[in-house]
Design a protein around this ligand. Structure first.
Ligand code: ATP
Ligand code: MG
Ligand code: MG
Length: 412
């Protein structure tokens, strides 16, 4: 395909990239992807501009940049040095006469934002400077001092507390709950080569997430942040398993506070597009920010069906292309539940869940199946099911229970 419109270069071609491609197609926007040849996003989006390789390889990132107008990401674990280089020094483009042509390539979100968010400890320090409420954290030295430091932290935080890797964490990989002094020695061994920190345990009532669109005109003025409806996220074994909209048993006032808090966070982050803010709601009604994702997010998958005129995927593309976004994002349904399809013990364990979703019918709900074209592995996200309804969330929970039961059985 030889596109006439702008070309978006996408770093990473997993399921988030795949859903970005699904949203881009009807807009006639081309997406060139840097990832392995069989990546989920490439499977549904064929064009001659894709680059095969790793989004951590600076040469490949430059190769992708040379053939697009805007770079964006579906994953935050990118080499930001090369992004900084592309922004500061422009990027060389191949020419027929071998002359040294260069061009500018916009990068959204900014490499500064990606660099900050990649380090979860630095991210939280910055949130605190911005007066955003977060759980108390403290650095842990590496080497011989590690175990002594962890003993002191245990006295200060009491048990349990959370040991977290600063970098490369996702789906709870890199997190370890420290429940008693018996855990310390093994934890110090397991995390010996990892730069890590300690976080005070948050005895939260539930977890909320808000996806926010951020746009700004080219002169850096007229910043706008527009939140999606707040959702409740359920994490089991540190991996998101379900999402509920609206959150169950949470007042409208608290939902509005969560949206405001997410907007306060996202205002500080350079770059356009979609960001997600994960937070804890405590029994006393306090909201603490857990972390930011500088990209489309698992908690926003249901927006494909709940906000069909502007899903988070369409919003990301619309925003980075400087096109108009709505002033408000209201759901077109009363309630929705998203269930992640996670790989089970056997390579085909998840088929029962897919078949269950396909076989269910009720006049009060619509069921949408999304599969990502990924091989199954235990706990791997290989698809999701979104259910929407015009009835309230309590009734929808009852209607959906047979599907949830199968999802829970596969995970066990
Ligand atoms: P993601 O896939 O969202 O990027 P991650 O690997 O970066 O996840 P976190 O978001 O830090 O991990 O934590 C994963 C989950 O672990 C949280 O959603 C929450 O359920 C639990 N958790 C994390 N930190 C704490 C804490 N301080 N106290 C209690 N539970 C926590
Ligand atoms: Mg994370
Ligand atoms: Mg998280």
């Amino acid at each position: 395909m030889d596109p006439k419109g702008p070309v978006i270069g996408l770093l990473g071609g997993g399921q988030l990239g795949r859903m970005l491609c699904e949203a881009a197609a009807p807009l006639n926007v081309s997406i060139a992807i840097l990832d392995t040849e069989d990546a989920p996003a490439k499977q549904i989006n064929q064009n001659s501009r894709h680059v095969n390789g790793s989004f951590k390889d600076p040469a490949k990132v430059k190769q992708l940049a040379a053939q697009c107008d805007i770079l964006t990401v579906e994953i935050e674990h990118i080499d930001t040095t090369v992004l900084e280089d592309i922004e500061r020094n422009r990027v060389a483009v191949p020419t027929a006469d071998d002359s040294r042509a260069t061009k500018t390539v916009a990068i959204h979100p900014s490499w500064q934002t990606l660099r900050l968010i990649q380090n979860k400890y630095d991210q939280k320090e910055r949130l605190r400077e911005w007066n955003i409420p977060v759980a108390e954290q403290t650095a842990i030295p590496s080497g011989d001092a590690m175990l002594t430091s962890m003993k002191k932290i245990s006295d200060r935080f009491d048990f349990p507390w959370m040991l977290k890797a600063r970098r490369d964490a996702y789906d709870g990989r890199g997190n370890l709950k420290i429940s008693s002094s018996a855990d310390l020695k093994q934890a110090a061994t397991d995390f010996a080569s990892i730069s890590c920190y300690a976080e005070r345990w948050v005895p939260f009532e539930l977890e909320l997430a808000v996806v926010v669109i951020r746009t700004q005109d080219r002169r850096g003025n007229a910043l706008r942040v527009v939140p999606y409806p707040v959702v409740e996220t359920i994490h089991e074994d540190s991996i998101c398993s379900k999402v509920f909209m609206p959150p169950r048993h949470v007042s409208t006032a608290t939902c509005e506070r969560a949206q405001q808090l997410a907007c306060d966070v996202v205002k500080h982050l350079a770059g356009q597009g979609v960001f997600a803010v994960e937070m804890f709601l405590t029994s006393s009604g306090d909201l603490l920010v857990n972390e930011i994702a500088p990209r489309v997010h698992n908690s926003g998958h249901m927006t494909i069906e709940t906000v069909p005129y502007m899903s988070q995927f369409k919003a990301h593309i619309t925003s980075i292309l400087d096109r108009a976004i709505p002033e408000k994002l209201e759901p077109s349904v009363a309630s929705s539940i998203m269930i992640n399809i996670l790989g089970g013990a056997e390579s085909d364990s998840h088929l029962r869940l897919i078949n269950k979703a396909k076989s269910m019918y009720d006049k009060d709900m619509e069921i949408y199946l999304h599969l990502y074209g990924k091989k199954s592995k235990p706990s791997r996200k290989i698809g999701h099911i979104t259910i929407t309804s015009s009835v309230g969330i309590e009734r929808l929970v009852q209607l959906v229970q047979p599907i949830v039961d199968v999802a829970d059985e596969i995970r066990r």
